[in-house]
Design a protein around this ligand. Sequence first.
Ligand code: HEM
Length: 151
Amino acid sequence: MDTTDLVLAIVHHLLVFSLAGIIGAEFVLIRNDLPAATLKRLAGIDRHYGIIAALIIIVGIGRVFYGLKGWEFYIYNWVFWAKMAAFGIVGLLSIIPTVRFISWNRQAGSNPAFAVPAAELASVKTYVRAEAAVFLLIPVFAAAMARGYGY
Ligand code: HEM
């Protein structure tokens, strides 16, 4: 038994579920009207997205190097790299929504009549939906890689 591996696995799972919750919350919030209070909430939630994603990277790398299987198990495994690529794509897809949430929140703060432009909202919806879809691939790759698929 290895306490380090157990703690890393627990923290990894908690962070991963938090990120799923955040993507889910953004997914739902942008479907409805976006008054200033919602824009503020979206910007706040999105800030946590960045923090949690950064912690996932740190803990994930910790699992690679300090996990029970050893780093060689992962770095020669294409499913591991597919998982990393999916995570990277999710990160890239989140850039435009993050930029928009900050900008909308700032504009709503200085102009009470501010309304989110329809074209910007439509593009953010597309990005967040794509993000959620690609995110679903990550646990699929994770489960396969953990069981030795990918050599
Ligand atoms: C830099 C990012 C990441 C790294 C380096 C990483 C690395 C790892 C490692 C080394 C394991 C242990 C697998 C084993 O037991 O052999 C693991 C498991 C897992 N990871 Fe990640 N991970 C990352 C991001 C994510 C993300 C974003 C998700 C989101 C769904 C995720 C979901 C999982 C799941 C569900 C498992 C458990 C798989 C199982 O035991 O069936 N990981 N990860």
